[in-house]
Design a protein around this ligand. Structure first.
Ligand code: KIV
Ligand code: ZN
Length: 518
């Protein structure tokens, strides 16, 4: 593959993705996701925003130490303190990168109250400082798509002269459209001296649903790095989805002759892991990795598929790591069968992980005779609660017509068992009231959603719960054959994530603002 035709994949799931409200990941979860990204062939992993909190710093440092092949990048605002902190975290990587940015559009210049010349000087100083520390420096003019073209050319030239090796052009608010996205990259390549010596990146948000199209248009115009996230996770409507870019370039190589170094057969696994650890379930009709992306319901489609799969499929399920079989597992299935079934589904487990999953699998098999692929996926998406601050250890509910609805519950909170009986309008309401009595909090329930994993009345229920407390959002998920148990576990999962967010809030990203630009 010539460097000309290669498109570098820059994954920012752990930075921009984790910034999306409620998507907080634990330290270990970030390390696991970074490991999967590295293994899959991601060229650059943006591992976090080291100045944002001690937790972010520790995660970026640990990911830097663990990375095998990927470049590890950290984010820094346009000030020396941020840049030094970023370098302290990423310098442990075999291939470190500093990514520094400043908002260059009129709206963003107005906030730190810098005029055009003052901002240009700041860009020169900060990029030069970053380049003195690290020979791989990325610079981003935030809100580039709403920055005056002449000024954008001027600051990009300054950043290149100061030593930036990658210039990222963010569509921060998801405002651009494909033709405009391409024209902007083309304009920069034509007008900025030195533009042919660096890599242009495209970083698109999805507010108008055009992020992936805008990124691909930028590539066609000359950008050679696409910034994206798994499942399109990210602020507001999210970012360009990695899996969409990779598969679009693979399937339509005839009209977009560019290649990535991504092993596409790992896409389904990483999508499921990110959904699980972020608490953001993948919508059923999501391109490439949605549950229905390869499902065929209508008679004519099914008939066509049986005769020739290409009639209704532009890529094969196995290209994205989806197995075709749906072998039923049950309580007599052993550990080896479980390992091989999970591997078929794209989950490669180490011995310790398998041990934990096997215990949960057996518990499920005791409750449910036949365990389908979707049950196993739900099981993998329900985390191991061992490390959690709050754990559900006992629950019984009483409900029915003309009966008072009540829930008797024991929670282990920070290692101490506490019990209560609470009432409510229904069994779930009573159980949630019991949680509130045992672990008082101000969090407001924003979303409560229940779906069946498979068909039949013995199907597991997957429950999503979204909580909001003082502007912080946390999403929890769980699955169980008992809907009330699944509901409480999802609620407790969301509370545990809020606890983590509270611990982080000493220097949370939300509090890292413009005030430290200089
Ligand atoms: O969307 C954006 O502008 C960003 C920058 C920090 C690159 O995420
Ligand atoms: Zn962004």
């Amino acid at each position: 593959m010539s460097e000309q035709d290669k498109v570098f994949i820059f994954d920012t799931t752990l930075r921009d993705g984790e910034q999306s409200p409620g998507a907080t990941m634990s330290h270990d979860e970030k390390l696991e996701i970074a490991g999967l990204l590295d293994e899959m062939g991601v060229d650059i992993i943006e591992a976090g925003f080291p100045i944002a909190s001690e937790g972010d710093f520790a995660a970026v440092k640990a990911i830097s130490e663990q990375a095998q092949t990927s470049v590890i990048c950290g984010l820094a605002r346009a000030n020396f303190k941020d840049i030094d902190r970023c370098w302290d975290a990423v310098k442990h990587a075999k291939r470190p990168r500093i990514h520094t940015f400043i908002g260059t559009s009129p709206l963003h210049r107005a906030i730190p109250n810098l005029n055009m010349d003052e901002m240009a000087d700041k860009i020169h100083e900060t990029v030069s400082h970053a380049r003195n520390l690290c020979d791989n420096v990325q610079w981003s003019p935030m809100d580039a798509t709403r920055t005056e073209e002449d000024y954008l050319c001027r600051v990009v030239e300054i950043a290149i002269k100061a030593g930036a090796t990658t210039i990222n052009i963010p569509d921060t608010v998801g405002y651009t459209a494909p033709r405009e996205s391409a024209a902007l990259i083309q304009m920069l390549l034509e007008r900025v001296p030195g533009a042919d010596e660096i890599i242009f990146a495209t970083h698109c948000h999805n507010d108008l649903g055009m992020a992936t199209a805008n990124s691909l248009a930028a590539v066609e115009a000359g950008a050679r790095q696409v910034e994206c996230t798994i499942n399109g996770l990210g602020e507001r409507a999210g970012n360009t989805a990695l899996e969409e870019v990779v598969m679009a370039l693979k399937v339509r190589n005839d009209i977009m002759p560019f290649q990535t170094g991504i092993d596409s057969t790992k896409l389904m696994n990483i999508s499921r892991r990110v959904a699980s650890v972020s608490g953001f379930a993948v919508q059923f009709n999501k391109a490439i990795v949605g549950k229905n992306a390869f499902a065929h319901e209508s008679g004519i489609h099914q008939d066509g598929m049986l005769k020739n799969a290409e009639t209704f499929e532009i890529m094969r399920p196995e290209d994205v790591g989806l197995s075709e079989t749906n072998l039923v597992m049950g309580k007599h299935s052993g550990r080896a069968a479980l390992r091989s079934k999970l591997a078929e589904l794209g989950f490669e487990l180490g011995d310790n992980q398998l041990k934990d999953v096997f215990v949960r699998f057996k518990a499920l098999a005791d409750q449910k005779k036949e365990i389908y692929d979707d049950d196993l996926i739900a099981l993998m998406q329900t985390g191991d609660a061992d490390a959690d601050h709050i754990k559900l250890t006992a629950l019984s509910v009483s409900c029915g017509m003309d009966l008072e609805k009540s829930a008797e519950m024991t929670l282990e909170i920070g290692g101490e068992a506490k019990s209560v009986t609470a009432t409510g309008d229904g069994p779930v309401d009573a159980a949630f009231n019991a949680v509130k009595a045992l672990f008082p909090h101000k969090a407001r329930l924003q979303v409560y959603q229940v779906a069946a994993v498979t068909e039949g009345t013995d199907a597991q229920a997957t429950v999503s719960v979204r909580l909001e407390e003082d502007g912080k959002i946390a999403t929890g998920q769980s699955a169980d054959v008992d809907t009330v148990v699944a509901s409480v576990k999802a609620y407790v999962d969301a509370l545990n994530r809020l606890v983590v967010r509270r611990e982080k809030s000493g220097g949370d990203v939300a509090e890292v603002s413009y005030k430290d630009v200089s």
